[in-house]
Design a protein around this ligand. Structure first.
Ligand SMILES: [Fe+2]
Length: 229
């Protein structure tokens, strides 16, 4: 499987506070059947490393992963909080896209209603391919809102944790509804040190409930497109 959302790069956000912790996370990802991970540190509030600082941290991490002989390919990305001033982040090149492609992983305020479709429409006109991170967490989104996000070219990611982990029941209900409507593009771990990789269990759950073809697409094939650029 390919994980497009993981807070595994050490020292850059609330994901991991040491190299050893990050390497342990990678080992557990490997055991969970993950072959490739895009590291997506937060860009939000106090987590505001510049793209060049992240690239330096990532290069060091990549070398450490190689030296530790953990068989996982790592790539750099970012989970970008899109608040009211988000346009400036893009016009001033302050963001990191997923694996240096046009795909961007975006999150929004969970409680205050934001017009995600409109924001994504603006980003697609700039040539980006925006993805909503853990779409199940936005209580104000209706099924129609999610259809609208897809219609403007937005993509949908849900967390493995919401399927089989400690996630809330209300999240699982929404995730199942989204699968029934064929609206999910990616399942990812959104792992932090304290949140285990649930990818294998989530894959098995989705394969059993919606078929292996669906599981292959959302845990692997769509993400492969990002890795391939
Ligand atoms: Fe995240």
């Amino acid at each position: 499987m390919i994980d497009i959302h993981a807070h595994i790069l050490p020292f850059v956000d609330d994901g991991s506070s040491s190299l050893e912790e990050s390497l342990d996370m990678l080992r557990s990802a490997h055991e969970s059947g993950v072959t490739d991970i895009i590291c997506t540190p937060h860009l939000r509030n106090q987590f505001n490393k510049t793209p060049s600082e992240l690239k330096v941290a990532f290069d060091e991490f990549k070398t450490a992963v190689k030296n530790a002989e953990i068989p996982i390919n790592v790539y750099l990305g970012q989970e970008i909080y899109l608040g009211y001033g988000y346009k400036k982040l893009f016009s001033e090149d302050k963001i990191v896209t997923l694996n240096d492609t046009k795909y961007v992983l975006a999150e929004f305020n969970y409680f205050e209603r934001r017009d995600i479709a409109e924001t994504f429409y603006d980003l697609t006109t700039l040539g980006y391919k925006p993805i909503v991170a853990h779409v199940e967490r936005y209580r104000y989104l209706s099924l129609e809102d999610i259809y609208e996000i897809k219609q403007v070219g937005g993509l949908i990611q849900v967390n493995a944790d919401s399927i089989v982990g400690e996630g809330k029941k209300v999240h699982l209900r929404l995730v199942k509804k989204l699968f029934k409507h064929g609206l999910v593009d990616f399942v990812a771990s959104d792992s932090h040190a304290e949140r285990p990789f649930n990818m294998k269990n989530a894959y098995n759950y989705i394969a059993k409930k919606f078929g292996i073809e669906v599981a292959e697409v959302v845990f692997k094939l769509n993400a492969q497109e990002i890795i391939n650029g």
